[in-house]
Design a protein around this ligand. Structure first.
Ligand SMILES: Cc1cc2nc3c(=O)[nH]c(=O)nc-3n(C[C@H](O)[C@H](O)[C@H](O)COP(=O)(O)OP(=O)(O)OC[C@H]3O[C@@H](n4cnc5c(N)ncnc54)[C@H](O)[C@@H]3O)c2cc1C
Ligand SMILES: C[S@@+](CC[C@H](N)C(=O)[O-])C[C@H]1O[C@@H](n2cnc3c(N)ncnc32)[C@H](O)[C@@H]1O
Length: 605
C-alpha cells in the first residue's frame, strides 16, 4: 500500500458565530452567510454545466476538494432530483477534517433546515476513519468520501472525472488544497470535456490550472464578487459507454450483490445459476456473521476487511427495511486467545481510533449484554456487527424480481466468448450476447480459462447446530471459528477446515471440533455431557493463495466477483460494488493499489 492506513484524522475545530461557521485551523469561513447554497449553485453547479450534463449524459463523475459540510453535494443532489434524472451521479470528495454525523446534522440543519437530503446524508455518513468510503444516497446517486489529505490520496484515486469543484478555503489560508502538484493529478483523472470551477480568481490558481492542462477563463463572480474561474481540459481520456445488457454467472451472495450493485446504478442484468435455486452452494450457509476481524494487519486484506464490513452492514440494513432477509444487528465479540493477542487488540483499537460505538475492548466480562459476567472473556466487541440467516436465501428471488433482475435457474454456463454466453438448460444449448459478463461462480471461474491459473483453492468446512439449553448463549462470539444463536433457541458452531476439496461428507469428528469450540466459548452454559448436533452443514470456501478475492476486470467485457473464501457474506457487497463501478466507468470505491492487489489479472502472465 502506498499510504499507511489508518491515519489519525484531525477534527475540523470550528467556532460558530451567528450564521457563520469558521474553521480555527484555516481561519476562514465554510460558506458565505449571504446565500450559502445559491453561491454554491452558481459557482460549481452552473460553472460546470451540471444541469445540462444530468439531462444529456448517462453518467457524471464530480470531484470535489474538500467536502466540508457537503453543501455542494446537496446542491448537486437537488439538481439531480429536480430533473428526476436517471443519469448516474458519481460524486467523489476529499476531506481532511471530516465532521461527525452529529456535527454535520446540527450545522447543516441550521443552514438548510432538516431537509430530506440533510437527513439522508447524515444517515449514510461513514465512520471517521481515514481512507475510502462508498455510500449510496439513493438509486443513481453514489458518494465516495475520501478522508485524508487530498495531496496524498489523489494518487490512489481511480476515476474519469467530468467536473471538478475547487472549494478549499481561500488559497492564501489553505494553500495545500490549491497545490500545483495536486492539480497536476487532474491530467491523469480528467475525462474528455472535463471542466473545473472555483470561486477564486487568484493568479496562482489560474496558473496551476493552466499547468494541469485546462483552458481557463474568468467569469463574473457570485453576487457582488467580481470574478471567478472556470476551465475546460485540453484532451482528456475517453470513457467507454455504460454496458446495457449484462449477465451474471452464479446465483450465490456474490451474484446477488453484483445484480443489486448494477441495479443501484440503473443497469439491468440476468443471472444464470446451474442449481434449481439461488443460494444453494456455499451461500446456503445457515448463519453467516457480518463482522470485521481485528488484528494488526493493516495491509490490503486488513483494509478490505474494514471497508467491506462498513459497506456490508449498510447493505443488509437497507435491504432489511424492505424485505425480511433475516439481518440482525446483534454485535459480535471477537475473543482474544491469549494475553499477547489481547495486547495486539488494544494496539489495533488505538490505531483505528474509531468511536466506542463501533469497537470496544472487553476485559473481565465487563459488559452485561453477554449475560452472566465471565471474568475469562477478553476481547473486542463490534456493536454494529451482526448476522444473517436462511431467510435471505428464501427471499433472494423476490428481492431480485422486485428490482426487475432476470433469473435463469438450472442454467449452466458452459463457455463465454467475448460476452457471448453459452448455457445449457432443459437439455438444450442456448446462446445470448451481452455487453458485459460478471463471473460470480466461486472457484468454477477456473473452468472458463484453463490457460490461466487463478490459484483458487476449495476448502470445505462443516458447521454444527446444537440445542442451546439450558442457558441462552447471547451474542455471537468469534475466535477460531464462531458461535451464533438462532431465534429458535439453538446455537451454531462454525466451522472446520478440511484438506481435500472433494471431502464433502458430514463427519462426526468435525461435529466434535464444533462442540469443543462451543464449550470453550460458552463454558458452563453448555452441559458437560456430549450432546449430538441437531443439524450439520458442509460448505466450500473458494479461497485464493493470497486470501484476497478475484475482483475487477479481466478484459473489456469480463469482470470477476469471486474467491471470497471465508468472508463471502461480508465481502461480496463491497467487491461487487468495486467491480461494477469499474465496468460502468465510475470512480473506484477503494484505493487503486488495493484494486491491483485483487485484480484477476494478477494471475495473467
Ligand atoms: C463453514 C463456513 C462458514 C462460513 N462463515 C462465514 C461467515 O461467518 N461470514 C461470511 O461472510 N462468510 C462466511 N463463509 C463464506 C461464505 O459462505 C462464502 O464465501 C460465500 O457463500 C461465497 O459465495 P459465492 O456467491 O461466491 O459462491 P457460491 O455460493 O458457491 O455461489 C456460486 C454459484 O455459482 C454457480 N455456478 C458455478 N458454475 C456455474 C456455471 N458454469 N453456470 C451457472 N452457475 C454456476 C454455483 O451453482 C453457485 O450457486 C463461510 C463458509 C463456510 C464454508
Ligand atoms: C470551504 S470548506 C468546503 C466546503 C464544502 N465544499 C461544502 O460545500 O460544504 C474547505 C474544506 O477543505 C478541507 N481541506 C482543507 N485542506 C485539505 C486537504 N489538504 N485535503 C482535504 N481536505 C482539505 C477543509 O477541512 C474544509 O472542510
Amino acid at each position: 500500500m502506498k499510504i499507511s492506513w489508518p491515519q489519525k484524522l484531525l477534527k475540523p475545530l470550528v467556532s460558530d458565530s451567528g450564521n457563520d461557521i469558521r474553521s480555527n485551523i484555516y481561519d476562514d469561513i465554510f460558506y458565505s452567510s449571504s446565500g450559502a447554497i445559491d453561491e454554491k449553485r452558481y459557482v460549481f453547479i452552473e460553472g460546470n454545466r451540471i444541469p445540462e450534463r444530468l439531462k444529456l449524459h448517462d453518467r457524471v463523475t464530480v470531484l470535489e476538494l474538500g467536502f466540508g459540510l457537503g453543501l455542494n453535494f446537496i446542491a448537486t443532489v437537488r439538481e439531480h432530483r429536480q430533473q428526476a434524472s436517471r443519469c448516474i451521479l458519481d460524486y467523489v470528495a476529499f476531506e481532511k477534517h471530516p465532521f461527525s454525523k452529529e456535527e454535520m446534522y446540527d450545522r447543516l440543519s441550521r443552514v438548510l433546515g432538516p431537509t430530506l437530503e440533510v437527513r439522508e446524508l447524515v444517515d449514510c455518513f461513514p465512520p471517521l476513519i481515514s481512507g475510502f468510503h462508498r455510500v449510496h444516497l439513493s438509486r443513481f446517486i453514489s458518494l465516495t468520501l475520501i478522508f485524508g489529505d487530498a495531496r496524498e490520496y489523489i494518487k490512489e484515486l481511480s476515476a474519469s472525472v467530468d467536473a471538478i469543484y475547487l472549494d478549499g478555503f481561500a488559497p492564501a489560508k489553505n494553500p495545500e488544497l490549491w497545490d500545483v502538484k495536486l492539480f497536476g493529478s487532474f491530467r491523469r483523472l480528467a475525462a474528455k470535456g472535463c471542466t473545473v470551477s472555483t470561486y477564486s480568481s487568484a493568479r496562482s490558481v489560474r496558473d496551476s490550472l493552466t499547468y494541469a492542462g485546462f483552458r481557463v477563463e474568468k467569469r463574473k463572480g457570485f453576487a457582488n464578487k467580481r470574478e471567478m474561474l472556470i476551465g475546460v481540459i485540453e484532451g482528456g481520456k475517453f470513457v467507454a459507454k455504460i454496458p446495457k445488457e449484462v449477465s451474471i454467472i452464479g446465483g450465490g451472495i456474490a451474484g446477488f450483490s453484483t445484480a443489486l450493485a448494477l441495479s443501484r446504478f440503473g443497469v439491468k442484468s440476468t443471472i444464470y445459476e446451474s442449481e434449481p435455486r439461488l443460494f444453494n452452494r456455499a451461500s446456503k450457509n445457515p448463519l453467516p456473521l457480518i463482522r470485521p476481524s481485528l488484528s494488526l494487519d493493516f495491509g490490503p486484506r486488513g483494509r478490505l476487511n474494514w471497508y467491506a464490513f462498513f459497506f456490508a452492514r449498510d447493505f443488509y440494513k437497507n435491504l432489511q427495511k424492505h424485505f425480511d432477509i433475516g439481518w440482525r444487528k446483534t454485535g459480535v465479540l471477537q475473543i482474544a486467545k491469549s494475553n499477547e493477542e489481547f495486547e495486539k487488540f488494544e494496539k489495533a483499537i488505538r490505531l483505528l481510533n474509531l468511536s466506542t460505538e463501533e469497537i470496544e475492548l472487553i476485559e473481565g466480562g465487563g459488559v452485561t449484554a453477554f449475560g452472566p459476567k465471565d471474568p475469562e472473556l477478553k476481547g473486542a466487541y463490534f456493536s454494529t456487527a451482526g448476522m444473517l440467516d436462511n431467510r435471505l436465501a428464501r427471499c433472494a428471488y423476490d428481492v431480485l424480481s422486485e428490482k426487475n433482475i432476470e433469473v435463469s435457474l438450472s442454467a449452466t454456463v458452459s463457455s463465454i466468448a467475448e460476452a457471448e454466453v453459452m448455457f445449457q438448460r432443459d437439455n438444450e444449448t442456448h446462446r445470448r450476447t451481452f455487453s458485459h459478463v460478471f463471473l460470480c461462480n466461486a472457484s468454477s471461474v477456473q473452468a472458463f480459462y484453463p490457460q490461466v491459473n487463478f490459484r483458487v483453492i476449495d476448502i470445505p468446512g462443516q458447521s454444527s447446530c446444537f440445542k442451546a439449553a439450558p442457558v441462552q448463549c447471547g451474542i455471537p462470539i468469534s475466535g477460531n471459528g464462531y458461535t451464533a444463536s438462532t431465534d429458535a433457541g439453538s446455537i451454531w458452531s462454525s466451522g472446520t477446515y478440511r484438506d481435500s476439496s472433494n471431502d464433502l461428507d458430514i463427519k462426526e469428528e468435525d461435529e466434535m471440533i464444533n462442540l469443543n469450540r462451543l464449550q470453550s466459548f460458552h463454558g458452563s452454559k453448555i452441559s458437560s455431557h456430549k450432546p449430538r448436533a441437531i443439524e450439520n452443514w458442509v460448505g466450500v470456501r473458494a479461497t485464493t493463495h493470497d486470501r484476497l478475492p478475484l475482483c475487477g476486470k479481466f478484459d473489456d467485457q469480463i469482470s470477476f466477483v469471486s474467491g471470497t473464501g471465508t468472508r463471502g457474506f461480508t465481502w461480496s457487497p463491497m467487491i461487487a460494488e468495486i467491480a461494477v463501478s469499474e465496468a460502468l466507468g465510475l470512480s473506484a470505491p477503494v484505493e487503486r493499489s488495493l484494486m491491483q492487489r485483487m485484480s484477476p489479472l494478477r494471475h495473467k502472465d
